[in-house]
Design a protein around this ligand. Sequence first.
Ligand code: ADP
Ligand code: MG
Length: 321
Amino acid sequence: MDEFTLIERLIAPHAGRRDDVLLGIGDDGALVRPPPGEDLLVVADTIVEAVHFPHELPPSDVGYRALAVNLSDIAAMGGTPRWATLALTMPVSHPEWLRAFMAGFGAAGAAHRVQLVGGDTTRGPLTVTVQLIGSVPAGQALVRHGARPGDRVWVSGTLGDAAAGLPVAAAAAGSPPSGPASFLRERFARPTPRVALGRALRGLATSCIDVSDGLVADLGHIARRSHCDIVVAAASLPLSDALRAVHDDGAARELALTGGDDYELCFTVPPAAEASLRARLAELGEHATCIGEVQEGSGQVVVLDARGDPVIPVRGGYRHF
Ligand code: ADP
Ligand code: MG
């Protein structure tokens, strides 16, 4: 199949539809109509085979994940996702692979009413770049630089699952995993972008980030950009039953601190806004846990163990549990 047939038969049918798209796939560019009074929010993420996902990950999961990680960036900014472009580099024209990839991509997009409005298709090592454009009411985006001493630090969902699930996803195909291993694999393969939560945090959170590189690394971005220190209590980290079932407490907490790919939202909220936060979480049926606080400082992240002693970073990881 040539490039144009691939686009027409296998990509365009999964594009989705929105009323604010005047011209989608098929012309030299797409035309979209931004909502009046909103700021445009633009994010992009590239995933490369063997770097960001294992060769063994099925194409439907690759497609789902490629869009989901971008949805998570929109969530972290408090935005509403709208339009995506897809730059796809593939070693060979492989219709079956692309069909499954687009099914996964379309599934992630449909859940958030995203329309794929264009892209590029080229030959080379398997690389997927998605650009996602959304919007946020003017001036209301969540940012990394607004945390203030006294704010408390919250995180949605549970941490460490995706890092524990990666080796399961990378295991050669055979009998599918079950029980906790299956749950952890899904957390890596099909992360849940917290889009509704991000929107609900507008006007409440003073800063927000999605956990893609690992909690300590990502909190470091908030701490540095906000010119504050962040103190995290390791004992308070939310751990899933599945993670606890396959790892002892120390290993599970280390994954929660340093593992990446969970795509949960980590955010800071002043104590005076906590009642509103709890009410909005309850309305959405979302869960978040208070894991620490913001203090005066120069951009450090300090992790305390159950005795209140600082945990020592060891070669990018953290030990002492
Ligand atoms: P051009 O040569 O003008 O860059 P192309 O021939 O590359 O256009 O693409 C034709 C149309 O198909 C364009 O509308 C483009 O946005 C779209 N397109 C190409 N590749 C993809 C893709 N991977 N996903 C979505 N749309 C694509
Ligand atoms: Mg052109």
